[in-house]
Design a protein. Structure first.
Length: 435
């Protein structure tokens, strides 16, 4: 049994930014739709990206019947339905509820959990974290306090390989050796070590401690790293919460190695595909569900890198070469050498009225140049840079006068910037700005 200890963390985050929100969180959900230029938008939380085939079919039906027919993957492994017609909110909620995608209306926007998508499938993680994922989601939905969390608050569950630890979660649970877990807050390197069986409960208690500190400080913040309080204040709140719940814990300073998400292709007992710009058409979605569904209890796992992992098992039930060929023919990326996983973009025109360009068309047009770039590219229609992923990359931000501002950060030095007036000249611009 671990003994409870108390010591102060040196900081909440080395990258903390004091923020005070002057309005409530307007993050869309299933019951709170967002009005976009292409119609209403719903964001369906899919904890850990895990979808049963029946649930996947229900999402496809909702997109076909009520929206633009496509499913849009987010950087948190969730699904957005776009182009929803007026007055469809009740019908949409009914469809999703019947499929088990709306277990708690009061918590539907706070079920933000990313998890290692290959956990239990390729032998690389320290443990299969699916039990932690299910337990945390159930605990969230059972907690009245959790309803106070922002729709932007994020949990991450890492099986020890380090793939989701770099996604900027507010609470991260990472598998450790000897049947333990490390629970950390924000971007700090310090963590609480707890028994594996307490991992999910400890994660929720840490989130509730954040709510306590935010309320007591009078700060209106949505994320852990926005708190402008001494680190010891949050540390003591977490210690009190864990001790009060009789969760044995010790604190330790830890460094987490970070790895990328799954590459396209056959990975262990799973097929991995990348979805160009995160947009899945109805036929592509149907092909994925056909590949996944030798049995009705099969599943898909959506990834935070806008991909899909399809567990296929080790019993030879799926002809993987044939399945990959079908998925490739449907327009999904199955080749790890493809440049598509290195290219991302916001929705852009015509879906967003704030966008200055059709960034997705420009991103597709510059695909060959992106494949030769030393860093991934992200195209944004305006300064808000919606959906921008973490990590070093080249930013292309559309400007009102036309064209793009192209920027690459220089480690230890100032950023380098140039202007791209003609997207067809991307290769030339990249050669000028990158070493």
């Amino acid at each position: 049994m671990l003994a409870a200890m108390s010591s102060a963390l040196p900081s909440i985050s080395s990258q903390a930014t004091a923020v005070s929100r002057d309005r409530g969180d307007a993050c869309p959900g299933t019951l709170r739709l967002h009005a976009a230029d292409d119609g209403a938008l719903a964001r369906v939380r899919i904890p850990g990206g895990v979808l049963g085939v029946v649930q996947a079919e229900a999402l496809a039906e909702a997109a076909r019947r009520l929206g633009d027919g496509d499913l849009h993957l987010t950087s948190r492994g969730n699904v957005q339905l776009r182009g929803l017609r007026d007055g469809c909110g009740g019908e949409l909620a009914g469809l999703l509820d019947a499929a088990g995608l709306l277990p708690s209306p009061g918590h539907e926007r706070v079920r933000n959990i990313v998890a290692s998508p290959l956990s239990g499938l390729d032998g690389r993680g320290l443990r299969d974290v699916r039990p932690w994922l299910s337990a945390l989601d159930a605990a969230l939905c059972a907690s009245e306090r959790a309803r106070e969390l922002s729709g932007r608050f994020l949990f991450a569950i890492d099986d020890g390989r380090g793939d989701v630890t770099g996604l900027g979660a507010d609470v991260t649970v990472r598998a450790a050796g000897d049947d333990h877990a490390l629970v950390s807050l924000g971007s700090a390197d310090d963590a609480w070590r707890v028994a594996a069986g307490e991992a999910s409960r400890a994660a929720l208690l840490a989130a509730e401690a954040f709510l306590d500190v935010a309320r007591e400080s009078g700060a209106r913040v949505w994320r852990v790293d926005e708190l402008a309080v001494p680190a010891r204040v949050l540390t003591r709140a977490v210690d009190r919460g864990l001790s009060g719940a009789e969760v044995a814990h010790v604190k330790e300073r830890t460094h987490t190695p970070r790895t990328d998400g799954p590459p396209p292709g056959l990975v262990g007992d799973a097929l991995s595909v990348h979805v160009p710009l995160g947009r899945l058409t109805g036929p592509q979605w149907r092909e994925l569900t056909r590949v996944a569904a030798p049995t009705r209890d099969a599943e898909l796992r959506l990834t935070p890198w806008r991909g899909v992992v399809v567990p296929v098992g080790g019993a030879g039930t799926t002809d993987t070469a044939d399945a990959l060929g079908r998925l490739s023919a449907a327009g999904l990326v199955t080749d790890a050498a493809s440049p598509w996983p290195r290219v991302g973009a916001c929705i852009g025109r015509p879906g967003c009225g704030k966008s200055h360009a059709d960034v997705r068309a420009d991103a597709a047009g510059g695909l060959s140049a992106a494949g030769r770039s030393p860093l991934p590219l992200y195209w944004s229609g305006c300064e808000r840079r919606c959906g921008h992923p973490r990590g070093e990359r080249i930013d292309l931000v559309a400007v009102p006068e036309g064209g793009y501002r192209l920027t690459v950060g220089a480690p230890g030095g100032p950023a380098r910037t140039t202007v791209l007036t003609d997207p067809s000249q991307l290769a030339t611009a990249l050669a000028a700005i990158t070493p």
